[in-house]
Design a protein around this ligand. Structure first.
Ligand SMILES: Nc1ncnc2c1ncn2[C@@H]1O[C@H](COP(=O)(O)OP(=O)(O)O)[C@@H](O)[C@H]1O
Ligand SMILES: [Mg+2]
Length: 304
């Protein structure tokens, strides 16, 4: 993190948050420095001996973990390349954008915040997506803050683009709001750079992944309203990204479907997961992963 420039107001924020504790929600449009600040804050709190968790709730440009999922880490230190933070728990959303997946996004954030607190985190830093404009974005942010009972909102804005989101929380008892300017060292990434970032992260995640076959007798393939499943069209799922979820619907790993044989009742997929014994349900995503690890959005299959 050597090239990161630390403005003095970041240092003041770290000192305040250290005293506040609870959930810290970092909000801002794309490329406003949210992830950089979230990781910096985690490092500063660790220096102050706080137990810290980070919830990476930007499924596209995730701070760590694979895209299309929300990952949570409880680091003991912040490594030189924080993008490789070890993942404590993961929730599969199935999309790299919250648009069309608002429920999965808020439920995932809430479950991972709760799990962090159960694991003893004193401060939970939630790094969010850059989706901040319009009604759906407003609802998403409002409900995320409400559901996680955020004690602190850190807002990074260029102009006044977050004001609609911030106003309900201004002067709320028990909630601190920090409006911070954007560091001039923040770099803007193009659509192609974002896509390439995701490609790299899928590739890293699936490096060394093996071909596995699973009987569908003990495992539920969800969603039951999926039209292709109902019609028995196993071919429709080739290269679809899925969450391999445990009893609590946390994702033990992600997988990419090779094929589903609905007559034999088997699913073949690639996954880095060695032991599949904890997998109880397979959650179908809305993304296909090409051979070169590029992703493409397929509209939710159950509407097809
Ligand atoms: N304080 C800073 N000093 C140097 N580079 C920064 C700083 N803040 C952000 N950047 C750079 O700007 C880019 C976007 O920052 P990032 O934290 O990923 O934004 P966001 O999470 O809001 O999309 C990244 O390349 C990051 O390294
Ligand atoms: Mg980010």
């Amino acid at each position: 993190m050597s090239e990161i420039k630390i403005p003095s107001y970041w240092e003041e924020l770290a000192e305040d948050v250290h005293q506040l504790k609870g959930v810290v929600m970092v909000v801002g449009a794309s490329d406003t420095g949210k992830t950089t600040l979230a990781i910096y804050l985690a490092g500063e709190l660790l220096k102050r001996r706080n137990r810290v968790s980070i919830v990476s709730a930007d499924m596209g440009q995730c701070a760590f973990g694979p895209p299309a999922a929300i990952s949570m880490a409880i680091p003991e230190l912040i490594p030189e390349f924080p993008k490789n933070l070890p993942v404590h728990s993961m929730y599969f959303v199935g999309s790299t954008s919250p648009v069309g997946h608002l429920l999965q996004t808020v439920v995932g954030v809430k479950k991972l915040v709760d799990r962090s607190l159960q694991a003893g985190a004193e401060v939970v830093i939630v790094d969010t997506t850059g989706f901040v404009s319009g009604g759906a974005a407003w609802e998403l942010k409002f409900h995320k803050i409400e559901l996680t009972d955020a004690r602190c909102i850190v807002a990074l804005q260029r102009g006044r683009e977050l004001e609609d989101i911030l106003i309900p929380h201004e002067r709320r008892t028990g909630c601190r709001l920090y409006r911070l300017p954007i560091s001039e060292d923040t770099k803007v990434r193009s659509y192609e750079q974002r896509r390439e970032y995701r490609r790299q992260r899928y590739q890293d995640y699936f490096r060394g992944a093996k071909d596995k076959s699973l009987p569908l007798s003990n495992i539920r393939l969800i969603n039951p309203y999926d039209k292709a499943l109902q019609r028995g069209e196993g071919d429709a799922f080739k290269r679809l990204l899925v969450g391999l979820n445990d009893d609590e619907n946390f994702s033990t790993a992600l997988g990419v479907i090779e094929d589903i044989d609905l007559t034999k009742g088997t699913i073949r997929l690639i996954t880095p997961l060695e032991a599949l014994s904890e997998v109880r349900l397979i959650r179908l995503g809305s993304i296909k992963i090409e051979e070169d690890w590029g992703d493409s959005y397929v509209r939710p299959l159950h509407t097809a």
